[in-house]
Write a protein of this length. Structure first.
Length: 626
């Protein structure tokens, strides 16, 4: 979403207020610690300013050793005490802020885990998430920006309050009547005019600065693609899976040519920012800087003239210049923070677009009947499916039925709709047309989490985590060691397990343990199979997890799984027909349709069918014992 100037002040306030509520609900100590820290830091300089002014007055006046000693001790002990208070509060605040980016990530992760998989699988969702993280990384805006703005806002308010308390006497103390023309400073209208002039300069400077910063907010959408390329490059330089290719094929050179030279020119980013910096941004920043210096000059002239006229002594000059300069800084900071909050509303709007994405999938509340005989029945009735934002159907008019306890092989060429069939079966998606039934009841009517729990799936792009082997198997911190051992044995990992230094307690990979083991692709596949077995779900589904293996090795794994799953339902997905010929029920998909169904011999006897065509084309890879 590209920021624009159409957001209303009321909307900006409500958007930022919602962001503050999220942080308060997540960790209220963030605000308490940063608030107290801001107040203490804002008031600390005023103690020094006040006591320094008294010391100068004493030096210029009575010069009493006792009084000077007393004031010096006050300054020393107050400075030490305030330093300890500030250090303690800062430590508390830093403890609360430690890992705040991870806390923010948890906010997004909770949403991503709770949203419909169809939305999670949508490119637009990932574009939103990418833009949110880019905005945060480059400090443009978002939830984290609110915490910084809150502390600065409270600090500015405190600075202003303290400065006013020390500055009021400047306008009250009168110039002696014998001061000639300078008695004008006793006129309340003159003082009011001076105050107004100072306030105008104070407020206008940060307004111009905010105006300059708003150009960066407006350009955030233009920067999105560039930032994404930079993030991709820097992440992949050290990512294990791609780092070798980066070195062997000098893909860093490709990046430099594509991004540094080509991408910025293609999208007009360089001319845009050159124009901004040489034009609007440069002009507004220059005006803001000049006005700040004008204000400083006005303060010195006014204070020094009143002191010269005899309204107060040299110590008060120090107090008033310090206080009124701080007042200007506080007002400027306040205006700046308010402007940043307004600009931040643009970025928060993107954040809330993600967090407010509704779940369209209906969730029922029926429980699944627990049957000892496992005689459940799955029925696809005229099911068609179309992925979001596409014009073509991934599946068309699929009707089939199979019972729990059977072995179903789903075969076909790449892109024929096999994986989409599994996603619909597991209810990661809902059909665009038609319905899916479990025991005659639409699966939408079942409790969603309970329905999902009856499936164990090993997808072709499965993922293992850099945790202990046993925790990977159980998908839990605690687990049954003997059961995990048995599942690994059943999946063919037994020999590898005996070689691991700490058995099930061995860490996979090295992200969290330098002694972690790097496992091969084949070993990872066996661990993923063991994980599917450990879950003890009614359905075991293998969605081409062994596609990188040769046909013989894949057949052996599938055959072994067929023996292990017992009376559970096993669904085997493959584009290689040899791997699933042991199944007595084979569904053949082609171009998003179910074109054939039967056992191997029946399907092979139809020489005009798609199964025969695929089998003949792949026969060169088969051997007689398959």
């Amino acid at each position: 979403m590209q920021p624009d100037d159409k957001i209303k002040t009321k909307d900006a306030i409500n958007i930022n207020r919602r962001g503050f509520k999220i942080w308060w609900k997540t960790n209220p100590k963030l605000f308490i610690s940063s608030g107290l820290t801001a107040i203490a830091e804002a008031l600390t300089p005023y103690v020094g300013i006040y006591l320094s002014a008294r010391i100068l007055d004493e030096l210029a006046g009575g010069r009493s050793p006792e009084r000077l000693t007393q004031l010096a001790l006050y300054s020393l002990f107050s400075a030490a005490f305030l330093a300890m208070v500030n250090a303690g509060l800062a430590r508390w605040k830093n403890c609360q802020y430690a890992g705040v980016h991870h806390v923010e990530n948890q906010i997004y992760n909770r949403k991503l885990l709770a949203m419909d998989f169809a939305d999670l699988d949508n490119t637009y969702t990932h574009d939103l998430l990418s833009q949110i993280k880019q905005n945060r990384s480059y400090n443009l805006g978002g939830l984290t920006k609110l915490l910084n703005c809150f502390e600065r806002f409270l600090k500015a308010i405190t600075v202003i309050a303290g400065a006013i308390a020390l500055t009021v006497p400047l306008f009250i103390q009168r110039v002696p009547e014998n001061a000639g023309m300078l008695v004008l400073f006793n006129n309340p209208f003159i003082n009011a005019a001076i105050i107004i002039m100072m306030l105008l300069v104070t407020f206008i400077a940060p307004i111009f600065s905010n105006k300059a910063d708003s150009h960066f907010a407006k350009a955030a959408d233009s920067l999105k693609l560039l930032n994404r390329y930079f993030s991709f490059y820097f992440n992949n330089v050290y990512e294990r899976a791609r780092s070798v290719d980066f070195r062997m094929y000098r893909q860093d050179i490709l990046f430099k040519n594509r991004v540094m030279r080509g991408l910025m020119d293609e999208n007009g980013l360089l001319p845009t920012f050159e124009k901004f910096n040489n034009g609007s941004i440069g002009k507004y920043k220059a005006i803001a800087g000049a006005l700040s210096q004008v204000f400083t000059g006005l303060v010195y002239i006014f204070v020094c003239l009143k002191a010269w006229a005899g309204a107060f002594g040299v110590g008060a000059v120090t107090q008033y210049i310090g206080a009124i300069t701080a007042l200007s800084g506080g007002l400027a900071a306040l205006v700046s923070v308010v402007g940043e909050l307004r600009n931040n509303a643009f970025f928060l709007r993107t954040t809330f677009e993600l967090l407010d994405m509704p779940n369209e999938m209906s969730h029922g509340n029926l429980t699944i009947e627990k049957r000892i005989d496992q005689k459940h029945e799955i029925t696809f009735r005229n099911v068609s499916f179309q992925y979001p934002q596409t014009d073509t159907f991934a599946l068309r008019n699929i009707s089939l039925q199979f019972n729990v306890g059977e072995r179903l092989a789903v075969v076909g060429m790449n892109g024929s709709g096999k994986t989409t069939f599994i996603k619909l079966l597991c209810r990661l998606y809902d059909p665009t047309e038609g319905e899916i039934l479990l025991d005659g009841i639409n699966i939408k009517d079942y409790d969603y989490q309970e329905y999902m729990s009856i499936f164990s799936v090993v997808f072709q792009d499965f993922q293992l985590l850099a945790y202990k082997l046993g925790q990977n198997i159980a998908a839990n911190r605690g687990y049954d060691h003997s059961r995990a051992d048995q599942c690994l044995t059943d999946s063919g990992f037994e020999k590898c397990l005996k070689k691991l230094p700490e058995g099930l307690e061995t860490f996979l990979y090295k992200e969290f343990d330098e002694n972690g083991v790097i496992i091969s692709g084949g070993e990872a596949q066996k661990i993923a199979l063991a994980r599917a077995l450990y879950k003890e779900a009614s359905f075991i589904i293998l969605d081409e997890p062994t596609a990188s293996l040769d046909p013989i090795a894949e057949f052996e794994i599938y055959k072994s799984m067929n023996d292990i799953v017992g009376n559970k339902t096993a669904v085997f997905i493959s584009h290689r027909l040899s791997s699933c010929r042991f199944c007595n029920d084979i569904a053949v998909f082609h171009e998003s349709e179910l074109v054939q169904r039967g056992n191997h011999d029946t399907l092979l006897s139809d020489q005009n069918g798609k199964y025969f065509e695929l089998w003949t084309a792949q026969a060169q890879y088969y051997v007689e014992n398959i």
